[in-house]
Ligand binder design. Structure first.
Ligand code: AMP
Length: 402
């Protein structure tokens, strides 16, 4: 059982081949700069016993079909490939950003599913068309195997309407489906499942706050294993302070910027998505650079850390109120898994809620899932590496077994 997992972006294809009986990654790679003058594929194969074989191909890559042909060439390469031909791939999984309200679960891709994804393009104009490109190409190149769509939004479809509705005229929801959808659902669901195993009880008996802090950041309140609130919104802009995205702002900021700075709506959208967040506050969006600058006395870097961790704390408090009882808080993704300072600052002063970090456990570096709370902490605190590709592969295994 070898699955190909695809994350197709507007100019890139990220992929992994996973051998499912042992959940082992056989190859991972990235095709970049599709449609540009200089395209690039990097494939890393893991043919066993800790060996790593890297292939880099640099050439113009006209479109996703071209990109996928290069991927297949790298995977089936006689010397550095991990499969002898495409028939060894038994299923293909696609990460799809926006499933709208139609998809509560992952689904086998059919022409009807593609139709619905096309209808959802207005909800994710940058992401869904790119995901659809990947789906179309993979269906042509792997015509005889199940193809599965796994949605970033699906896990959050259990949110009650009090959490997902915005207080705007209700017709906007009825006619245009304006509402909170939430994203990073595959990651939140994966770490929640892993956390339940640590807690030694079924996920449906767990109340959790999962904190995904990477380039994009989001937090989810999970009640009895189901998402009941999440910080990202109708688009992946609401909520926490991210690498380049602002998270929450007063919605009247748009009018202010238009009237006082002379900006157009599209420029404001670009400002909030690409020039804000940590980058907007201090000019850097990689947390490692921000720590180095803060250690050197850079006041703006310190400010960015302060604003981000304060927002995290505020959301944790809000989700404690949403859930009442919380079994555990889980940190994941690039910052959440690696940054002891951000974790400590995000939980500072929450002792009265029964949240107590163990400073020594928190500062230990590890790639493993681990508990970092003090033995006195009534809410346990975990660091659990996310693995969206494996989560997608497990979804395929579940779906195709039915
Ligand atoms: P992700 O989106 O999950 O890949 O996370 C990427 C982000 O994680 C980077 O932009 C960094 O800000 C952050 N990151 C990665 N490694 C570290 C680290 N060792 N310490 C702090 N932040 C890190």
């Amino acid at each position: 059982m070898k699955y190909l997992i695809i994350n197709s972006g507007s100019s890139s294809i990220k992929y992994q081949v996973i051998e499912m009986t042992t959940e082992t990654v056989l190859a991972t790679g990235l095709v970049e700069r599709i449609g540009e003058a200089a395209g690039r594929l990097k494939n890393i194969a893991f043919p066993g016993s800790d060996r790593e074989l890297t292939t880099v191909i640099e050439q113009p890559i006209a479109d996703h079909a071209n990109g996928m042909m290069l991927v297949i060439a790298a995977l089936t390469d006689g010397e550095k490939g991990v499969i002898s031909d495409t028939s060894e791939i038994t299923a293909v999984g696609h990460r799809v950003v926006h499933g709208g309200e139609q998809f509560l679960h992952s689904t086998l891709i059919t022409p009807e599913v593609i139709n619905v994804l096309e209808k959802n393009i207005p909800l994710a104009p940058l992401h869904n068309p790119a995901n659809l490109d990947g789906i179309r190409v993979a269906r042509e190149m792997f015509p005889n195997v199940p193809q599965v769509a796994v949605f970033d939004t699906a896990f959050h479809q259990t949110m009650p309407r009090r959490a997902y509705l915005y207080a705007v005229p209700h017709e906007l929801y009825e006619r245009y489906r304006v509402r909170k959808y939430g994203f990073h659902g595959t990651s939140h669901r994966f770490v929640a499942g892993e956390c339940a195993r640590f807690l030694g009880k079924p996920l449906v008996a767990c109340n959790l706050i999962t904190v995904h802090l990477g380039n994009g950041c989001s937090m989810t309140a999970i009640e009895n294993g189901c998402s009941v609130d999440t910080s990202l919104g109708m688009t992946p802009l609401e909520g926490l302070v991210m690498g380049t995205r602002s998270g929450d702002v007063d919605p009247a900021l748009h009018l202010f910027l238009k009237q006082n700075v002379g900006m157009e709506l599209e420029e404001i959208d670009n400002l909030l998505n690409k020039e804000s967040g940590l980058k907007g506050l201090c000019g850097m969006n990689d947390m490692r650079d921000i720590h180095a600058a803060a250690a050197g006395g850079d006041e703006r870097a310190k400010l960015a850390l302060e604003v981000q961790t304060y927002r995290n704390r505020k959301y944790i408090g809000a989700y404690m109120a949403v859930l009442g009882r919380v079994d555990a808080i889980v940190f994941t993704a690039g910052i959440g898994e690696n940054d002891a300072v951000v974790r400590a600052e995000s939980l500072k002063g929450l002792d009265m809620f029964g949240i107590r970090l163990d400073p020594e456990k928190n500062s230990e570096h590890s790639r493993q899932a681990r508990c970092i709370s003090h033995t006195d902490s009534t809410v346990r605190i975990f660091v659990i590496p996310t693995n969206e590709e494996l989560a997608i592969a497990r979804e395929i295994a579940d779906l195709t077994a039915k």
